[in-house]
Design a protein around this ligand. Sequence first.
Ligand code: 13P
Ligand code: SF4
Length: 421
Amino acid sequence: MTAVDEIIARLDARQTCDTGLTLDPWAFDNPQSRNSYGPGASITDSVPRSAPRQGLLPELYRHSTDDELRERISSAKATLGSSLLILGHYYQRDEIIEHADFVGDSFQLAKNATERPDAEHIVFCGVHFMAETADILSTPEQSVTLPNLSAGCSMADMADINQVEDCWEQLLEACGSGAAADGRAPIVPVTYMNSSAALKAFCGRHGGIVCTSSNARAVLEWSFARGQRVLFFPDQHLGRNTAAAMGLDVDRMPVWNPYKPMGGGSPATYRQAQMILWKGFCSVHQRFTVEQIEGARAAFPGVTVIVHPECSMEVVNAADGTGSTAYIVKRIEQAPAGSAIAVGTEINLVNRLAAEHPDKTIFCLDPVVCPCSTMYRIHPAYLAWSLDRLLEGEVVNRITVDGATAEQAKIALERMLRVHP
Ligand code: 13P
Ligand code: SF4
């Protein structure tokens, strides 16, 4: 079989990366199985012991048909009216997206969470760090629910506050803690939105800022105006790709490995660095390869390749465009009819875009279907359950960030919103 035949055959076959994905998510709600994110791309990453776990969903919801769940959700939504706001990330399954009041990327949804202070309850169909951010940015009177508590993010879990505090102390020792002659601090910490509230608070405390994939460049420009170096966590790829596109020297971007003494480098390496990148990654986006891009170009001459900046630098360099999920959606909407576009991002979004644009050939770069294993945890059964409980006056799976953490995290989030409204 030639390479072209092979890619077409695999696209047709639509193999999945894990047979567990044919099961419903409640098959994995076992509090005993603490060390796996469940089926899918991040199955080999281990869940921190402190991560919240979902208890067993009541039988009624586990045994309802798709139509019954749809009906329950619609009816609860109609009764709760304007007291309810449902937010849905682009990577959610279609059966969730159809109920969302706002659908967007993590940046848009963080803003949407501030736009309806009249809504008593925000139900966040996304992952844990997004619900925490919504809690920080919404009013204290509003509750935020994550329908399935196991919907975390393996990348966000790759940096915890103790590791970052240790790293910071060692870096200040290596680089000095005083400002330069031009007033710039030795290091500015920048956290990707995909991080715990504690890391956002760390950035708030230390003159740092939050970024998302929609605004990483503007945030880095802000940071370099205030610091000689940036410590960027947890996603090394977004940090490297953005800084390289700004013209920074890739050789001056050492990676900090929290499991090695001094991050695996020497003090001199960090002193000479422009960016210090945390050794974190997204298991979904790191599946994409240059070989897949070459295969797509061979199978579909003239294809446009667009990828998310959580992909490796080699993949980003081999693609025709890179940007956040909102950017990907926009590029596809703006492409002329008849275009072929290969996309390097989560499969639910790619499949939805393909269905919405039947006049264009849109396909995922990776012919093996592999959704984000934690976004997949939000199934309509959990949404129906959490809305039914709200109807009964009970807020389940409430995500709350303690006052001091929220206050400091908000400083870093508001800096981001000022840099890129
Ligand atoms: P954006 O929503 O910022 O594009 O990020 C993608 C992602 O991985 C969300 O977890
Ligand atoms: Fe986390 Fe990657 Fe899933 Fe986004 S796609 S929630 S970064 S694991």
